[in-house]
Design a protein around this ligand. Structure first.
Ligand SMILES: Nc1ncnc2c1ncn2[C@@H]1O[C@H](COP(=O)(O)OP(=O)(O)OP(=O)(O)O)[C@@H](O)[C@H]1O
Ligand SMILES: [Mg+2]
Length: 323
């Protein structure tokens, strides 16, 4: 990386760390809610993300269903072009259905101009919460979870939507453990609204660690492979307990039973997008094929071991007979 690039990243990192203290993930009553949401009764505040949005638990009056209402920060309200884009993105999100994508059910604006999105509510919370609470994932469950997330990415990429901010707090879990990705389209909106996505990030170092290297370069063209990198970083964290960083070692160095997935994870984390999986579906297929690979290797070891044993036995038999 050039010296200029390094210093830009250094400055960004300092700004990110400076902001870290301002993003308390508070849970509490509805204080600070910007107004009344027609058709919904607010229950409590769930949390506040780094982007400046606040999420509330609410009840939809017409259905009685619990929902999560995300109220977006001011920069989404001020500019008419951003507001139009917001409406367009939300329309697309509302039209999409996938078992691994959080459903957007409604959206709107408040009298003060604030815009909000209504989503299905997932009481189990995010993967970030589970990790924070010390949950450890078996290798097979971690791989299964990420393979499901790949399916969601694959559909979204086919629809031309890149997430750009895949990280544990944007992966929500159903009670069954089924993952659902949320916040599609929002990182892009933050870019359009001229708020620097990097400086507004919530889980500061975390978000920084999950971003594909090309996302840190101004004007770099971002495509679905950036999301695949981020998902690879999440898998790396689920397997090893740490975020990969620059010179990440293979997961099996920290966790032996992850060895069959070393090559797949490290390919997802390649610095050069051209060396990664071309698609999220490619990543998923490779994850699902890895255990087979492992079985094949085990079979080969058994065959080689068998031949070696047979050789030794023949030698011993021959030596015994010639006595
Ligand atoms: N549909 C939902 N159901 C349950 N909890 C949710 C839902 N959507 C968001 N949350 C939770 O609300 C909190 C705030 O979410 P938000 O997306 O604003 O921030 P974030 O993802 O932590 O950070 P960032 O703003 O950088 O994306 C998080 O803890 C998130 O897991
Ligand atoms: Mg989020």
């Amino acid at each position: 990386m050039s010296e200029a690039g390094k210093s830009t990243n250094g400055r960004l990192l300092r700004r990110l760390v400076d902001r870290a203290g301002t993003h308390a993930l508070a849970c509490g009553p509805t204080d600070g809610a910007p107004g009344r949401f027609p058709g919904y009764i607010l229950e409590r505040r769930i949390g506040r993300g780094g982007m400046g949005a606040t999420v509330y638990l609410a009840r939809q009056i017409s259905t009685g269903a619990n929902v999560a209402i995300k109220v977006l920060p001011e920069e989404f309200a001020g500019d008419a072009a951003v507001a139009r884009r917001f409406d367009r993105e939300v329309r697309v999100m509302r039209s999409l259905r996938h078992p691994n994508v959080v459903r957007v059910v409604d959206s709107g604006g408040l009298p003060d101009g604030a815009r909000f999105i209504v989503m299905e509510y997932l009481p189990s919370g995010s993967l970030a919460r589970h990790l924070k609470e010390g949950k450890r994932f078996e290798t097979a469950s971690a791989v299964e979870l990420i393979a499901k997330a790949c399916r969601a990415l694959s559909m979204m990429h086919d629809c031309g939507i890149i997430h750009r901010d895949i990280k544990p707090s944007n992966i929500l879990l159903e009670l069954s453990g089924n993952p659902k990705l949320c916040d599609f389209g929002l990182a892009r909106l933050a870019d359009v609204s001229n708020s620097s996505r990097l400086t507004e990030s919530g889980d500061v170092i975390g978000t920084f660690g999950y971003m594909a290297p090309e996302q840190l370069q101004a004007k770099a063209k971002i495509d679905g492979r950036a999301d695949t990198y981020s998902l690879g970083a999440v898998l790396y964290q689920l397997l090893t307990g740490s975020i990969p960083g620059g010179n990440a070692r293979s997961p099996s160095v920290m966790r032996q039973d992850a060895a069959p997935f070393d090559a797949v994870v490290m390919r997802a984390l390649e610095t050069d997008p051209a060396r990664r999986f071309a698609t999220a579906e490619g990543f998923r297929q490779a994850l699902l094929a890895a255990p087979d690979l492992n079985r094949r290797q085990a079979f080969r070891r058994i065959v080689v071991g068998g031949i070696a044993l047979a050789g030794i036995a023949t030698g011993v038999w021959g030596a015994w007979r010639s006595r």
